[in-house]
Design a protein around this ligand. Structure first.
Ligand code: ZN
Ligand code: ZN
Ligand code: FE
Length: 752
């Protein structure tokens, strides 16, 4: 027997080059033994006189795409002293090689495409163990080449050698390819095909063309972002008048056109390469993002993007390639059929996209990053569940309706799916149903508990009923799920006590059957009480009130006893008709929505149009408020306490605003005072819950907390109480499924 060590490494350590990394470390430190993958992660048997440096390096020098959660060391007796260090076959029946998120091209691969080796120079599908496509090319697990869209491409001898050599950066990189054997790119339009079409595409873009560019998780629509005519034409063809376009630029373009902080640069350069919202620096044409102080930027994240940006030498609009309301196009024929009317040509390639993934979107705040849309680069990474969930059964939760996403719980981990979108769209609905089976297959998930929103008419709730088929189905109140999502993401243990949740969002069905949306809740995973809420106001026209902000202004000014002001501000509105329907309670449901209050206030300050995308009026109002000079929080428009108790009455807010308005106050100042009033009114009440010992912390959730000014003012007003914020999971309905899953799991654990 020879003394040795058995070293267990847990975390994201499979499919990220961890075994070759261990192999190389072993050579460096003169360690003998072996390394293998098994169902728990990576297992090392090591024979060495100096283990400490080797063990420390396992975490310190780990490969870029890995995440080491734990390194556990125990004694191990070798039957015979090993003479070398080997990578051995995976062990155990349940051994499965996990798949990691797609990762942006690494620096070494960028050097390869700019280098001299003809196999990689200018090659648009260069990748290695530290970068490249993963989830977007995967058909099924385990993750190996035969189960990816790289299967049709047979490796040439040179690629096969790299793939088989543990000393090579491409050892076991499943999508390894070169210009001799891998996928190829071409440009096509009505006139035919141009092989290696990147130069042609760049030249067309430079002349103002709009192109479809096949990327990693779908097609983009692309044009020169510095060309106002091209951008306006893209808006016209896409029927998208106002919603901001995302931009792609190299470091030099982003540095020139945007104001990025060090933190922003770190986010941009992350392997997940999200779209990062950045302040405008040098103005691009206003058509890129009308009236927005920020633009969404991303760095090129595939070799194809690097080559295209290098050839065109200017920032490009990169917006998702879809017909209005539909999911992004991924197939070549699908693109030719659907995008035909939108584009002048295509930059195509022949590597299929197995999974549609939008670009992720992130915004940095003074309190850390906030994910606004969770998609490419973020999935299928799992989130560890807090203490108390270890014995939780397998749960699947189906999220909301407009920003749908699914969440799976298994083995103490939560997997929140990518952003799926609006379930009213037929194709998104198909995608949602497919994602449900797909994630279940991939993660070998057999749920015993199903969770959904309380709203019976959400298509996700209806789907949950079909799926549960007699198994336990738990309906979860919308804002309780928002609160729980924020708790889980902050590692709040099951028994850590109640949290005060300020949940401000659009609409969600309340436990009393009315529509909620501006809530102060006190609760834990098991349950909650509604401590305070915005006073309910009618939504004249129902759904129409979501699209047309003026309806909310009319309803609220009437309620505040200011009908004459409503008539003055909205001279052309059908007042009588609206008032009749409100009085008769016909198609004018009551709601405490904070989102609709934002809409009403934006209209009071001059937002005129109907909204062309969700949150447009609120974003407009935030942008306006950010122009205000800083002033004391005492200037905030505060709410009164309604006689009904618990309801925050907005009538005092409207009269304070009106006083400013007649005195000719600047719109920016009034917008700021509105934000401050909402923040202070909720924060003071939440703070009191902590001070009186009823809550241990305050959580901020709901779509309104994607508003950085509201977030900032709320945190200031909360003072020194512990605050839980969203970082990795969207504050909006995109994060809802995580909260639903956690509540359902916690209830199952408590019931045992
Ligand atoms: Zn690489
Ligand atoms: Zn090759
Ligand atoms: Fe919501």
């Amino acid at each position: 027997m020879t003394d040795g060590l058995r070293i267990r490494v847990r975390g994201q350590v499979q499919g990220v080059g961890f075994r070759p990394f261990v192999w190389q470390l072993a050579r460096r430190f003169g360690v003998t033994g072996n390394v293998l993958n098994d169902p728990e992660g990576v297992l090392i048997h090591a024979c060495t006189d100096t283990p400490d440096a080797f063990i420390a390096a396992l975490d310190d020098d780990a490969p870029p795409l890995s995440r080491v959660d734990a390194v556990e060391v125990e004694h191990f007796a070798f039957r015979e002293p090993p003479t070398r260090f080997d990578i051995v076959q995976s062990e155990g029946s349940g051994a499965e090689t996990r798949v990691t998120p797609d990762a942006a091209t690494c620096a070494a691969c960028i050097a390869d495409i700019e280098g001299d080796d003809p196999r990689r120079r200018g090659y648009a599908f260069t990748n290695c163990t530290h970068c490249g496509p993963r989830f977007t090319i995967l058909h099924s697990l385990p993750y190996d080449r035969a189960r990816t869209t790289m299967a049709p491409f047979k490796m040439c001898p040179a690629c096969a050698r790299e793939y088989a050599d543990p000393a090579d950066r491409r050892f076991h990189a499943q999508p390894v390819a070169c210009s001799d054997c891998g996928p190829s790119v071409w440009f096509e339009d009505g006139a035919g095909r141009v092989p290696d079409g990147i130069a042609t595409a760049a030249e067309r873009l430079g002349r103002g063309a709009i192109l479809a560019v096949k990327g990693l998780g779908g097609f983009h629509l692309c044009c020169d972002a510095t060309n106002p005519v091209a951008v306006a034409e893209l808006r016209r063809r896409k029927h998208r008048p106002g919603k901001p376009f995302a931009l792609m630029g190299r470091v030099q373009e982003i540095a020139r056109y945007a104001d990025a902080t060090d933190v922003d640069w770190r986010a941009l350069r992350d392997p997940s390469a999200p779209i990062v919202l950045l302040h405008k620096e040098t103005a691009l044409p206003d058509e890129v993002a009308p009236n927005q102080p920020r633009l969404g930027w991303m760095l090129p994240y595939t070799p194809l993007h690097h080559l295209l940006l290098g050839a065109v030498e200017r920032p490009l609009v990169m917006t998702s390639g879809n017909l209005s309301g539909e999911p992004q196009v991924i197939g070549n024929d699908e693109a030719r059929e659907k995008l035909n009317q939108l584009v002048d040509g295509y930059l195509m390639h022949d590597r299929d996209i197995a999974r549609r993934l939008d670009d992720s979107v992130l915004r940095n705040t003074a309190y850390g990053p906030m994910i606004l849309r969770r998609a490419r680069g973020q999935v299928p990474e799992t989130l560890p569940l807090p203490d108390g969930f270890d014995d939780a059964p397998q749960v699947v939760a189906f999220g909301a309706h407009l920003k749908s996403a699914i969440c799976l719980i298994k083995n103490g981990q939560a997997l929140l799916s990518h952003h799926l979108g609006d379930l009213d769209d037929a194709l998104t609905w198909d995608e949602f149903v497919r994602a449900d089976t797909d994630y279940a297959d991939l993660f070998d998930h057999v749920p015993s508990i199903f969770a959904c929103d309380l709203h019976p008419e959400y298509r996700s709730s209806q789907h949950a009923r079909v799926r549960a088929q007699g198994s336990r189905l738990i309906d979860i109140q919308h804002h309780h799920a928002h609160l729980a999502a924020c708790m889980v993401e902050n590692g709040w243990a099951v028994d850590a006590g109640p949290v005060a949740g300020i949940v401000l969002d659009g609409l969600g069905l309340g436990s009393d059957g009315t529509i909620w949306g501006g809530e102060l809740l006190l609760g834990d995973y098991a349950g909650f009480e509604r401590v305070a809420h915005l006073a309910p106001a009618p939504l004249p026209g129902g759904d129409a009130a979501n699209r047309e902000p003026w309806r909310n202004l009319l309803a609220r000014l009437d309620r505040a006893g200011m009908p004459d002001v409503a008539e003055m501000l909205l001279p052309h509105a059908p007042h009588a008709l609206m008032r009749q329907s409100i009085a008769a309670q016909m198609n004018a449901p009551l709601s405490s929505s904070a989102g609709r209050l934002f809409d009403a206030f934006a209209t009071a300050l001059g937002f005129e149009a109907a909204q062309t995308f969700e949150g447009e009026a609120a974003m407009w109002l935030e942008a306006l408020a950010l122009c205000a000079p800083s002033e004391s929080i005492d200037a905030a428009y505060t709410f009164g306490l309604d006689a009904m108790g618990g309801a925050l009455d907005d009538a005092p807010l409207w009269s304070a605003w009106h006083k400013d308005y007649v005195q000719g106050a600047a719109p920016a100042v009034m917008a700021w005072r509105f934000h401050a009033g909402l923040a202070v009114s909720f924060a003071r009440r939440a703070r009191r819950l902590v001070e009186t010992g009823k809550a241990k912390a305050v959580a901020l959730s709901g779509g309104c907390y994607q508003n950085a000014l509201l977030l900032d003012l709320t945190i200031q007003a909360l003072g020194d109480v512990p605050v839980l914020l969203h970082h990795k999971v969207p504050a909006n309905d995109g994060g809802l499924a995580l909260g639903q899953a956690a509540i359902a799991a916690a209830q199952a654990v408590c019931d045992r």
